[in-house]
Design a protein around this ligand. Structure first.
Ligand SMILES: O=C(O)CCC(=O)C(=O)O
Ligand SMILES: [Fe+2]
Length: 454
């Protein structure tokens, strides 16, 4: 654009010169010369333009040909990527042939939930860490019969051993803060996922979200105080006082009608989950992870795609449970950025002074626990809010000690009563813009579930 503007005045000058020199022979000669030059220039530029046009057409035709023949496709990813990744995701776990795991095992739902109100959240006080991610593992009871999973193999994942393959190399991220002792190791690798894989995953997530378009979520809060803080933040748009009838009994979730009124007023990120074996991509990914990080596929849980809009981040948390005694906990996390973010959205390890900027295809892998299976609190991290653009990531958590139901879809809890496609929004640990929308339900919002884990 700029070039065209600067060259245009020069052309005008030549034309003006031509008309003003008509009476002088020398000027006429100059004029002829100038005219000749202009004609030659026109001729040259005509030829040049033609060449550019022909070369351009060839390039276009070549690109089209290559595209048609599948060049540039990542060999690992099948063509209908969004179908492959998420197309077959079951929306409802009712039909799945899974053992009855979790807190509902062998219990009728009427014996499960006491006549509790959300106010009664003493149970949550008993939690070891109130900053553990709301997606913290929901570990089914140990009595789960292993015979139901004949191929289950007990494995311990107590180390992260990154390996460079070809020109794909890991860089160890330097810890910038003085910490006395940390077991956290952080590595990054560019282009861990190809462009096509990243785009495919985002597209799959977006398409999956569209299926929920007409289904407003049910909104759950970790407790009433937290809810108060969120509502305070939107006080210009929300004046209603929440009373006990506004909750679904036995849960920390608002009922469907109040949730619907709140919908669109709070902001949140969106997560889509898929499980090992539900798509060819899951196998491609876990094989690549195993080869390049030593993280054993059998110790991996679900896969989670999360997209954050502007203004949304994710609270400061650990992926493992602080003070854990149970080693069925998240030893390591792998996170791949699926797109570039214009501004904001860094993954920040606050105790370690580390901040990673999202970059399409880049993987970030780190340890959350020590080699004995204790959660390391120096692994606290947060997603800083996206300032401009959108941020999408793929995450998978690898457990220190695996268990039979790891990486399997759990049967959904019966409460709140909802349609099979009703999503859930979890707002906890108040930090501006830390709510998350989930396409599946776990047990975190059930008062009784917390009480059981006391
Ligand atoms: O989005 C990020 O950068 C971090 C997300 C995260 O830590 C999590 O979801 O557990
Ligand atoms: Fe995390």
């Amino acid at each position: 654009m700029k070039r065209r503007n600067t060259s245009k005045p020069d052309e005008t000058k030549v034309t003006t010169g031509k008309t003003n020199v008509a009476n002088s022979k020398s000027k006429q000669r100059k004029e002829k010369k100038a005219h000749g030059l202009a004609t030659k220039n026109q001729l040259y530029s005509g030829v040049r333009n033609k060449i550019i046009l022909i070369v351009g057409l060839y390039i276009l035709a070549g690109a089209g040909f290559l595209y048609w023949h599948g060049m540039g496709k990542s060999p690992e990813l099948p063509p209908e990527v969004e179908e492959e990744i998420l197309g077959s995701l079951p929306q409802d776990m009712k039909d799945m042939d899974l053992p009855n795991v979790g807190p509902f095992r062998k219990k009728a739902s009427n014996t499960l939930l006491p006549d509790n109100k959300v106010k009664q959240t003493e149970s949550s006080k008993g939690k070891k860490s109130n900053k553990t991610g709301n997606h913290a593992p929901v570990v089914p009871e140990t009595t789960l019969e292993e015979t139901k999973f004949p191929n289950f193999e007990q494995k311990i994942q107590n180390e992260l051993k990154v390996k460079n393959i070809g020109d794909k190399t890991w860089t160890e991220v330097k810890i910038r803060k003085n910490v006395n002792n940390t077991n956290v190791r952080i590595y990054t690798m560019d282009d861990f996922l190809s462009s096509r894989e990243c785009e495919g995953l985002m597209k799959a997530h977006d398409n999956h979200m569209k299926q929920h378009d007409d289904q407003g979520p049910i909104i759950c809060f970790s407790d009433e105080t937290t809810m108060g803080k969120y509502l305070e933040q939107i006080k210009e748009k929300w004046t209603k006082r929440i009373s006990s009838q506004d909750w679904t009994q036995g849960t920390r979730c608002l009922n469907a009608s109040v949730s619907a009124q709140l919908n669109g007023k709070l902001r949140w990120s969106h997560s889509t989950s898929f499980y090992p074996g539900e798509s060819p991509f899951s196998t491609t990914f876990e094989t690549r992870v195993a080869e390049q990080t030593g993280l054993n596929a059998n110790n991996g849980g679900k896969f989670q795609i999360t997209c954050y809009p502007e203004g949304v981040g994710y609270k400061l948390h650990t992926d493992c449970t602080e003070g854990n005694t149970d080693k069925r906990d998240r030893f390591a996390t792998i996170l791949v950025y699926l797109n570039d973010v214009i501004e904001g959205g860094q993954t920040q390890f606050t105790e370690l002074g580390v901040s990673i900027t999202p970059k399409k295809g880049k993987a970030l892998v780190w340890t959350n626990m020590d080699s004995e299976g204790h959660c390391d609190v120096t692994s606290y991290h947060q997603a800083s809010p996206v300032i401009k653009g959108r941020k999408c990531i793929l995450q998978r958590w690898y457990y220190y000690e695996n268990f039979p139901a790891l990486g399997k879809r759990y049967p959904s809890p019966p409460l709140p009563v909802r349609s099979p496609t009703t999503p859930r929004v979890a707002c906890d640990e108040f930090t501006s813009g830390s709510c998350r929308w989930y396409d599946e339900w776990n047990y975190d919002h059930l008062i009784d579930y917390d009480a059981r884990s006391l």
